[in-house]
Each structure stands twice: as C-alpha cells, then as structure tokens.
Design a protein around this ligand. Structure first.
Ligand SMILES: [Zn+2]
Length: 413
C-alpha cells in the first residue's frame, strides 16, 4: 500500500450526483435528460459553473462538447483528459455517463483542496449526445471530434420532431467554436458504471476494461404499398410491417444462435406508416442491434442478419434497404493506460478484475486518436438504461480513487 494515495471526497461527489438527479427527473428514481433539451442545458450550466468555481477554463466546440481544463505546471505538455456524458436515455438512470463526468470534476476539486499541481493539464470533457436517444448516431459528437465521422452529418441529424442537432445546439446556447475542437491529448480515461451484472455478482468494485464487444447496428427502410386490409388478396399484399416482423423474429433467432458464445442481437425500434387499423402499411423503419465478443463473430452475425433481411423482403414482397449502419467497439484500448490503472489499483491494495465493455462509450471514439483506458464501477443488479439504475457510494469510491491516482500519475509523466 503506498502512503501518498489520494482520496476523493465521497460525500461531495454524492451531492453533485444528487443535484444532477433533480435535473430532468423522471419517474421518481430516474432521469429523462435528452441531449440538447432544456434539461440538458440546465445540467450543462450547472456543470460549467462548478468547473469555473474550481478554477477551470471552459471551452465549447461546434458540436457542443465541453472541455474544462485545470492547468498544469508545464504549458507545453498535452493534457490528460477524462470524461463521459451528461445526457440520458428517455427512461434513463442517474449515473450512466454522469458518474464519469462528475468524478472528473471531483478529481479537480480534490487536487484543489490539497494544493496539488500536476505537470500536465487535466481536462474534464462532456461529450454531447452519447446516448443517441434523441439524435443518431450515438457517440456522434465524440466520433466527429476525433474526425472518425463528418461533423456535418452529426449537426444535420434530425430528432423525431424534425429539429436538427445544430438547431437544438444553438437554441440551448452551446454551439461553440470549431477551433475549440483542435486539441491534442496525452491520454483519455473514462469511468463508467458497468451497465452489466458482473461486478455486482462477483462482489468486485473495480473493473478495468480491456476491450469492447464488437457492436453493430443498422436502420432499415422497409417499403411496400398501402392496401385495404379486407379485400386485398394475400398474394397481392406488400405489407411493410410484415417485412419488419419477419426481420425482428429472424434477428432474435440469430441472437439465440450465438447466445452460447455470448453473442446477442435484437430489434429495438420501429416506426410504421400509416399505422392505421384497416390499412396494409406501406413503410416501416426498423432498428436492429447486435454484439459479439469477437470481431469474427460479429462479422458472421452481420452476414446472417443480411441474409435474414433478404429472406424477409422476399417473403413479405417488400423492399428492404439499409439506411444507416454503425459500428463501434473495434478500437482496442491502450496497453500502457490499462497497465497504469492496474498498477495504481495494486499499489493501493485495491482488488480489481479485467472486464469487457458490452455497451458503447465515448472512450471508443477517443481511442481512434488518443491512448485510452476505462474503469467500470458496479451498478446494482446490472440495471441500466432504466429509471431503476442504482449505485452504492461505498462500492463506487474504490474505482473513483483508482481513477484519481492513475490520472494524477499520468499527469506527472
Ligand atoms: Zn453512458
């Protein structure tokens, strides 16, 4: 056990989580704080205020990403960054993403309390619209920040009311300067609740993420033709909803087929037009999502999903076009950053386990341009993307303290 281990103020971290838990409160225990909504603006304002009070300079880029910087003693050195997101799912919890951002703030407050300077700056980043609950793709603002996808596509994405990401960004006052996105980092660390049951079930408090599941998704445009649901003969029907239904069932079967090797796939969202009781529908948009621990497994599932789509189109006499696809989880995290987290935990006498990420995170985007590692902390029962998401402070602190000490060590390199 090293003697100069730093510890954050757990009570203070919890208080910031409680303040956040009131902004966009939904169904008593949850949050509905969609990206670039009025609630998101309120939370951003509170966060920016906290960062300025902690002596940070704050910049916002053209995608609404927020960068709060605590200067280092050597201004020529690039920053050690950390962060996550403050937006939530429609039926979201109070900790997904939020814990990572507020842990970053708590690190800065802890260093301020003790008058500790670091060689490198430390920067806390809030990524816009990680969840993708309002605008797709998820993690788009982080992906565009690193140049992995074009910023124009992200800014032009529309929500279900036809409002673009760019318009929403302006309306909440967070359309910043494109130049603010010109940043180089030494490294990026993200702390996140696990969003799965492994840490909770095994009674481990610190998961060090060694990589991500290969995850893919697609949006399908399914087109048929409207007809009267009564007189139209079966062989004359081109029912887009039936096409969607066949894809939904097939994708679910594929998930079960790869269940023994921990693959999974499912349909997540559907829009149907005209969606009337007496009419054969002419159009459906369907989202499907699949994940596998290995890239080769994900590739096989992808091929099978495509075959299922072709078969469904034929059987329902409709056309099915892939309108959008996304992939994440291919980027591996950085060996040195992973080792730093493990060594730090070891030096603190803190037990830890290796874990794979099964959800998408902004860290995946950052891994395209910067050495990255992640820490997972337990969430009760693995419940996430749900208003019942819960964490225990006592089981969260070990991870946040490893996060703190690793970031300080890296910032002094
Ligand atoms: Zn998250």
């Amino acid at each position: 056990m090293i003697t100069n281990t730093l510890e954050i103020d757990g009570e203070r971290l919890w208080q910031t989580l409680e303040v956040s838990g009131e902004i966009g409160k939904f169904r008593e225990t949850g949050l509905r704080r969609l990206a670039l909504s009025e609630e998101d603006k309120q939370m951003r304002d509170v966060f920016v205020g906290w960062c300025r009070d902690a002596g940070c300079s704050v910049e916002v880029d053209h995608l609404g990403n927020i960068f709060a910087t605590r200067p280092g003693t050597d201004s020529a050195l690039s920053a050690v960054s950390c962060g996550s997101h403050l937006d939530t799912q429609a039926n979201g919890g109070k900790y997904d993403g939020i814990l990572g951002v507020l842990s970053g703030l708590e690190i800065i407050r802890t260093l301020n309390d003790r008058g500790i300077e670091t060689k490198r700056p430390i920067e806390v980043i809030v990524w816009t619209n990680e969840e993708g609950a309002r605008f797709t793709p998820p993690m788009g603002a982080a992906m565009a920040f690193v140049g992995h996808i074009p910023a124009d596509g992200v800014l032009g994405a529309k929500d279900s009311d036809g409002i673009t990401f760019g318009e929403a960004l302006k309306s909440i006052g967070y359309a910043g300067d494109e130049n603010a996105a010109n940043r180089d980092y030494d490294s990026y660390f993200e702390l996140h609740i696990e969003q799965g049951p492994i840490l909770d079930e095994t009674n481990e408090d610190v998961g060090i993420v060694t990589g991500g599941y290969h995850s893919r998704g697609m949006k399908l445009d399914i087109r048929g033709e409207t007809a009267h649901a009564g007189p139209t003969a079966m062989d004359q029907r081109q029912n887009a909803l039936v096409g969607a239904g066949l894809v939904i069932a097939a994708v679910n079967d594929i998930g079960w087929k790869y269940h023994p090797e921990n693959g999974k796939s499912t349909a997540t969202q559907i829009f149907c037009e005209p969606n009337l009781a007496g009419i054969v529908p002419e159009y459906c948009r369907l989202s499907v999502d699949f994940r596998h621990p290995d890239e080769s497994g994900a590739e096989i599932m992808y091929v099978e999903v495509q075959q299922a789509i072709a078969a469904a189109a034929k059987r329902a006499q409709v056309t099915i076009e892939v309108a959008e696809t996304w992939t994440f989880g291919d980027s591996m995290f950085d060996d040195d950053c992973i080792k730093l987290l493990k060594d730090t935990a070891d030096q603190m006498g803190q037990s830890h386990v290796d874990i794979m990420s099964q959800a998408g995170h902004d860290a995946y985007a950052m891994a395209h341009s910067t050495p990255v590692a992640m820490i997972f902390t337990p969430c009760t029962g693995g419940v996430s993307h749900n208003t019942g998401e819960k964490i225990e402070l006592a089981r969260t602190l070990p991870g946040v303290n490893v996060f703190l000490n690793a970031i300080v060590a890296r910032a002094n390199q």
